[in-house]
Design a protein around this ligand. Structure first.
Ligand code: SIN
Ligand code: MN
Length: 260
């Protein structure tokens, strides 16, 4: 499923592109079958890394792409890798991956930010691309991702660390900058069905609301980095679960669809 020229042009203009129905129901079944263990396990026992809401509910699970076979296969899917390689113009490795969980009525907000707002401090250039795979329906009510079309062309904006809104330190863009830059008409909610995949630029401004709905909203985000852009040495480097030290190019084989 190669992208058309029009799709590449759309991505370059908006900083993101949604590809509908990239995964089959068999793919989704295999991914969902792996989720209970990934969400409920113990970091010390299974090598994953989990972040939690203030309530204790799991907010994020890192490293599924290393430990869980259906997620290992997912990050190697040619339908994902081919456009990512075409956009970077090079081979890529997995920078990190995370399952972002928003439980019904519980999952919390993500404030407006650019991923490169904080990745810059990891010592890389803005050549990273993220792919958000919808595992559940994403709706206006359950906190779908919201993006500002074209904001990747602003370049990186200054970010500050918010440590009060959620359990999690969030790097975000301050309100005066948002007021100066964001037009209401450019704010796009990215709703979709399980198996849809959103590709987005590391300078795209995005965030999402609290889950106000009975529908859980789980997504899997895999971020790829150009192999020619490994992190330069920085003071206080972040751990490998969030800034991978394995720079091996991801090879996408034309594998059959993943099975349970
Ligand atoms: C993120 O920006 O990484 C998370 C956004 C979300 O899960 O809605
Ligand atoms: Mn983000």
């Amino acid at each position: 499923m190669s992208w058309t020229e029009a799709q590449y042009a759309q991505y370059r203009k908006d900083g993101y592109l949604m590809v509908r129905g990239l995964l089959s129901s068999a793919d989704l079944q295999a991914l969902h079958a792996a989720l209970p263990d990934l969400l409920s396990g113990d970091d010390a026992a299974d090598g994953l890394h989990r972040e939690r809401e203030k309530s204790g509910a799991v907010r994020q699970v890192y490293l599924a792409h290393r430990h869980s076979p259906p997620f290992q296969a997912l990050v190697r899917r040619p339908e994902i890798l081919e456009p990512v390689r075409a956009l970077t113009g090079n081979d890529v490795y997995v920078w990190h991956s995370k399952i972002n969980v928003k439980d019904a009525f519980e999952g919390g907000v993500w404030l407006w930010h650019q991923d490169y707002g904080y990745w810059m401090w990891d010592g890389v250039d803005p050549k990273l691309i993220s792919c958000m795979v919808l595992l559940d329906r994403a709706t206006l009510n359950n906190g779908c991702l919201t993006v500002v079309a074209g904001s990747h062309r602003w370049g990186r904006q200054e970010h500050y660390a918010d440590t009060v809104t959620t359990s999690y330190k969030q790097w975000c863009v301050d309100v005066p900058t948002l007021k100066a830059r964001v037009n209401e008409e450019d704010i796009r909610p990215v709703t979709g069905e399980p198996g849809d995949v959103l590709f987005f630029d590391c300078n795209l401004l995005h965030g999402s609301n609290h889950n106000m709905s009975p529908l859980p909203r789980k997504t899997f985000i895999v971020c790829y980095n150009d192999v020619a852009n490994p992190p330069r040495p920085v003071e206080d480097p972040r751990p490998d679960w969030v800034v991978a030290r394995n720079f091996e190019p991801v090879r996408g084989k034309a594998t059959p669809p993943i099975r349970a």
